[in-house]
Ligand binder design. Structure first.
Ligand SMILES: [Zn+2]
Ligand SMILES: [Zn+2]
Ligand SMILES: [Zn+2]
Length: 300
């Protein structure tokens, strides 16, 4: 059967799919006819990003899916693998939330709470707009390059925890909504910022995951237990190794791999260790899985 693929730059084209094809397989078909690297393709249907393992048997003949790909802002062509890889290095959500919090603290310092003056004329209270929020310019640009306005990109990012893919989904889900471009009110913005701030505070008060704690007790990098999943823990940025902007190292790596380095103050958010994940300047020296294994055996 035929499925229409809607793209931002290349218009619409058909791709012939089989009911048993996986999404990965469709991406490969698109890749072989259109030449886009299949790993850079995101397929979206009804606002949902289609996962590679999914099978297409719920597709109807003639249904359409949207193809999203990151586009180079300068050349207006699809990004090369290298550019895409560089972009993947960009900050994690936690850094965006931290920035948001800093922004809000700054804002609060400049504009102390006016709880008692709720009845006061509005002009006494500066209205908060999305211009008061700091965005990751790369993320805004990616969405704009898909053909959406700057305002819509910012609104989508702000409502999606600054996550680009979720922001795309938000846009697609709300595409039909006549209010999609309606500005958020000062109150709405403040509410979201405050709830983010509470979430951060909650995170900070939450106990560190016991497995993570065990790894730290054994001087093992927490990456050994978290892998690429974000788990609440203490971590540090390392200026010496260029681990900043959301990247950093776990408590163990701070002691072992990054001893004597220029570390940030400790942060506590959902995190996995970038040193253990191989993002440091030199290979991680605390990926000692066996130290954990032995201990678990002794307990069990
Ligand atoms: Zn580590
Ligand atoms: Zn370091
Ligand atoms: Zn390390």
């Amino acid at each position: 059967m035929k499925v229409s693929v809607v793209t931002v730059l290349d218009g619409v084209f058909d791709v012939v799919v089989d009911e048993t094809d996986s999404i990965q397989k469709i991406k490969e078909k698109i890749s072989s006819t259109k030449g886009y690297p299949s790993e850079l393709i995101t397929l979206v249907k009804n606002g949902i990003v289609l996962k590679d393992q999914k099978v297409t048997n719920d597709f109807k003949d003639g249904c359409h899916i949207i193809l999203l790909m990151k586009i180079d802002p300068n050349t207006k062509t699809y990004m090369t693998k290298q550019v895409a890889a560089a972009q993947q290095q960009q900050s994690k959500q936690s850094a965006d939330i931290l920035r948001l919090q800093q922004q809000f603290q700054q804002y609060q310092q400049q504009h102390p709470p006016v709880r008692q003056q709720v009845q006061a004329p509005t002009q006494q209270r500066r209205q908060l707009t999305l211009n008061d929020i700091q965005f990751n310019e790369q993320s805004v640009q990616i969405i704009m390059d898909a053909g959406f306005s700057r305002e819509r990109a910012k609104k989508a990012l702000f409502l999606s925890d600054m996550d680009t893919e979720s922001a795309f989904n938000w846009i697609i889900e709300n595409m039909e909504d006549p209010n999609i471009d309606l500005s958020l009110t000062s109150q709405q913005i403040e509410q979201i910022v405050v709830s983010k701030q509470r979430e951060m505070a909650r995170n900070q008060n939450q106990p560190v995951d016991p497995e993570v704690q065990q790894a730290i007790n054994h001087n093992v990098c927490t990456y050994c237990v978290t892998g690429n999943s974000f788990v609440n823990q203490k971590w540090f940025m390392c200026k010496t190794c260029g681990l900043s902007d959301g990247k950093g190292c776990c408590e163990t790596c701070a002691k072992i791999c990054h001893a004597g380095h220029e570390l940030s103050e400790s942060l506590q958010t959902s995190f996995f260790c970038d040193c253990g994940a191989g993002q440091g300047k030199s290979p991680c020296r605390s990926l000692n899985h066996s130290a954990l294994g032995e201990d678990q055996e002794m307990q069990g």
